[in-house]
Design a protein. Structure first.
Length: 149
């Protein structure tokens, strides 16, 4: 069964353009986690990657690093205070670990980064949902204009 990939891509693009900041951060984390899972799956038990999977592995690793870099660039170090500093340190750590692990095909290091990214994603999901609920409640609490006179 074929489906229209242009329609799906358009749907995804609209979803990104209309998402809140919190939802965008969640989407970035989800992308990083998914690509990390795919790269981990390409490493065999003995730390080997089959020749036909090397390019695919590298592409997934590169996407994870690109996403982490985007997360770094999105930090507001002036307003974010200690949380932004801690996140920056984590993102630097993640990129270093991913680089080391990709060179050595170290599945355990990638799994460790995957666990931490998954935990951060789950925290951001809660934050995004909490913010969305607060905004919904605030908009419902506003008095509406009565145009019936």
């Amino acid at each position: 069964m074929a489906y229209n990939t242009n329609g799906y891509n358009t749907y995804r693009e609209i979803g990104v353009k209309t998402a809140s900041q919190g939802k965008l951060v969640v989407m970035l984390y989800e992308g990083a986690v998914n690509h990390l899972e795919k790269s981990i799956s390409l490493i065999g038990d003995e730390g080997k990657i089959q020749a036909e999977n090397i390019e695919n592995f590298g592409n997934h690793i590169q996407k994870v690093q690109d996403i982490i870099t985007e997360l770094q660039l999105s930090l507001d170090m002036d307003k974010g205070g200690e949380i932004a500093k801690n996140l920056m340190a984590l993102y630097i750590f993640f990129n270093k670990e991913i680089l080391d692990a990709s060179i050595q095909h170290d599945k355990a290091k990638l799994e460790n980064v995957h666990k931490m990214l998954s935990d951060l994603r789950d925290s951001w999901v809660q934050i995004a949902n909490s913010t969305a609920n607060t905004q919904t409640q605030a908009s419902q609490a506003r008095p509406s204009i009565n145009i019936t006179g």
